[in-house]
Design a protein. Structure first.
Length: 139
């Protein structure tokens, strides 16, 4: 199982978003920085340029906290609310995060480490999209 120190550092981030409701595609190009916090956590911060459909590029930023434990990683939003859990090894079938009427389902794939990906499928009354994020180490 991969540990905190395996993820610490800078990652090139390329994301494709396919919105099945609008038929539009989005792309994000940027970086994710995972910075150690204490003995068992990482602060995750991503930033990049997001372009949705034919619209102008815009700055996109996300922040999370990853806490590593003996059975996996607990991810929380930057305000401390729990988000999801995952086991950092191999190909993970999925983890769900219900949010109101929406369901967020993630699958992580670490089979090509140190390159890895996260695939989110999001469905709800007004949402239906897939987001595929590819990470590769910088430096």
């Amino acid at each position: 199982m991969l540990g905190r120190d395996d993820f610490a550092g800078r990652w090139r981030l390329e994301r494709r978003i396919d919105d099945r409701l609008s038929g539009q595609e989005g792309r994000l190009s940027g970086e994710a920085m995972l910075t150690p916090e204490g003995d068992d956590a990482l602060a995750y911060a991503e930033m990049g340029q997001l372009r949705l459909g034919g619209g102008p590029p815009m700055e996109a930023v996300r922040r999370y906290r990853w806490v590593f434990g003996p059975t996996g990683v607990s991810v929380s939003f930057d305000d401390g609310r729990p988000f999801h859990r995952f086991v950092p090894e191999g190909h993970i079938a999925g983890t769900d995060h219900p949010c109101g009427a929406d369901l967020y389902r993630v699958r992580y794939d670490f089979t090509r480490w140190p390159r890895w990906q996260a695939v989110w499928e999001v469905r709800g009354p007004r949402k239906d999209y897939v987001s595929v994020s590819h990470y590769s180490p910088i430096g």
